[in-house]
Design a protein around this ligand. Structure first.
Ligand code: NAD
Length: 493
């Protein structure tokens, strides 16, 4: 049963890239499915002077590829209003309030507000403060705030930002986006674990040898060089997406699959992360930066040659590390994580490697290990699972061979499954914060990442240290080799 949702969206940064590429198409899909119908309106704000008509043209443009009926699209776009607005200008909030009230009456929106901050985090504090001081947050309907990453650049800045926001919005009104949490297969981690006794009964240090998480990108920094050079892979990917995935894999079963119960368990898992000493950082975390190379016959730029990147930049475009979780379930099980740009293949996957048989009965030398059982969860671009098993080779003798049980969602299923932003916006409309990050999660993640950053900042790395189109620097392979493991996913040229 599809139930119509009622809300006024105010999108700060309404002319920006995120709004155009993700938010408007997602809102349109929700409209097509009937979640948004008559009782919704959108105010787009940004500094430029645009008319409503011009704004609606832009919105129509952003949904052109997914538009099924022109009339529908025009009716959808008619709910969009534009308000030129400089977020630092107090008077502009008065105009915003007048427009909000007008639309609230016109569309019978029951004073339900979603404020979406699709702009630079430097403005988050100013906007939320003004929203409160200028009376845009009231008690009649709901007031929800969606904010984009990055949430600070270390624990201290995140904490300052959080205090600013929390002086206007309560924690339960804040929806911190981590779009990874909107992905189908990330949400499926809970189903794999808590709907399958064979896995949950083995989901611990007695049966699991190690867990590997790879978020691999084949592109470089493209036009984001300016931002990326101040951030790097550790802050851009590890603090949020990767540690979120770690927490979902590591958490204890929640009492129910509801936001508070899941968050409680994720927070506990994140609090159990071992905070490393500088010495441990040196042993457990490695970094890299891509250099120039030839990929598929074409010259590929090194990071330092990219636009808006300093030619002696020491920013890492690759991180690999060993995350340790000090609790009863996971003591002694390394979670290896890896992310980087300009790697050989784009893809996100999780490999859960189970412990090996105590001895190999299928070899005269019983100490030659069998291949391990590995459960792989494919997150993107392919969605699905595979399970690596040993089986007997057909024929005489008892030689074994590897068998891969695979399920991949069909291209059609994947194409029809809602996009991450669409799911997350609908969650927010439903008041369901399961797939958003709570402040306590953000805080624990920064505490973990900060010590790595600090240790790294004491030394100048020898960059570049991996060619574009490889799977990262040699030290990443050595990290696992020193524990007797190797990266399970190793795409070949
Ligand atoms: P963008 O630069 O394309 O858009 C920024 C918007 O803010 C524009 O509409 C601009 O007019 C507006 N703006 C800037 N200064 C303003 C001011 N003083 N007053 C009013 N409006 C002002 O940025 P983006 O790529 O859309 O990213 C927005 C946020 O989303 C950032 O926090 C970014 O990190 C995050 N994000 C973006 C993406 C993406 O795919 N673009 C993905 C993940 C997260």
């Amino acid at each position: 049963m599809i139930e119509e949702k009622i809300a006024l969206f105010t999108i700060f940064g309404g002319t920006g890239d995120l709004a155009r590429r993700k938010l408007y198409p997602s809102l349109y899909r929700l409209y097509k499915k009937g979640f948004l119908n008559k009782k919704f309106a959108v105010i787009g704000t940004a500094r430029r002077e645009w008319s409503d008509e011009y704004y609606r043209e832009i919105v129509l443009d952003t949904i052109a590829e997914i538009t099924e009926s022109k009339e529908d699209a025009i009716e959808f776009a008619s709910h969009f209003y534009y308000q030129a607005h400089n977020v630092t200008d107090t008077e502009h909030y008065a105009s915003l309030k007048t427009l909000s009230q007008k639309l609230n009456e016109k569309y019978k929106l029951e004073e339900n507000h979603i404020y979406y901050l699709a702009m630079s985090p430097q403005f988050f504090g100013t906007i939320t403060e003004h929203l409160k001081d200028q009376g845009l947050i009231n008690d009649t309907g709901f007031n929800r705030l969606i904010i984009e990453k990055p949430f600070g650049h270390d624990y201290e800045s995140a904490s300052i930002l959080n205090n600013q926001i929390r002086s206007s919005f309560k924690e339960e009104q804040i929806y911190r986006i981590d779009h990874y949490l909107g992905k189908e297969m990330i949400q499926n981690i809970s189903a794999v674990r808590f709907a399958n006794a064979i896995f949950e009964s083995m989901w611990n240090n007695r049966y699991i040898d190690n867990i590997q998480i790879t978020l691999s990108e084949s592109l470089g920094v493209e036009e984001r060089g300016g931002y990326y050079d101040t951030s790097g892979a550790l802050r851009d990917m590890v603090q949020n997406h990767i540690l979120q995935v770690v927490s979902l894999l590591a958490m204890e079963p929640p009492t129910e699959l509801k936001d508070e119960a899941i968050r409680d368990e994720k927070i506990k898992a994140l609090r159990s992360l071992r905070i490393f000493s500088p010495e441990e950082v040196r042993n457990y975390f490695v970094r890299g930066q891509y250099g120039p190379s030839t990929v598929n016959g074409e010259n590929s730029l090194g990071y330092r040659e990219e636009e808006n990147v300093a030619d002696d930049s020491t920013t890492e475009t690759f991180v690999a590390g060993k995350v340790l979780i000090d609790n009863f379930r996971w003591a002694g099980v390394p979670f290896y994580i890896r992310t980087g740009k300009k790697l050989r293949e784009k893809g996100t996957q999780i490999n859960i490697q189970f412990k090996n048989m105590p001895l190999n009965l299928f070899n005269d030398d019983h100490s030659v290990p069998l291949e391990p059982n590995v459960l792989t969860i494919y997150i993107q671009p392919t969605e699905g699972f595979s399970l690596q098993l040993n089986s007997k080779k057909i024929g005489q003798g008892l030689e074994t061979e590897l068998l891969n049980l695979k399920h991949k969602n069909s291209a059609e299923t994947s194409a029809n499954s809602p996009e991450a932003y669409e799911k997350l916006i609908l969650d927010c409309l439903n008041g369901d914060a399961t797939n958003f990050t709570h402040w306590d999660e953000v805080a624990s993640s920064w505490r973990f990442v900060d010590v790595i950053r600090e240790a790294w900042d004491q030394e100048t790395p020898e960059f570049p240290n991996y060619p574009s189109g490889s799977m990262g620097p040699v030290c990443s392979d050595q990290l696992l080799a020193s524990d007797g493991f190797k990266w399970f996913w190793n795409p070949q040229k």
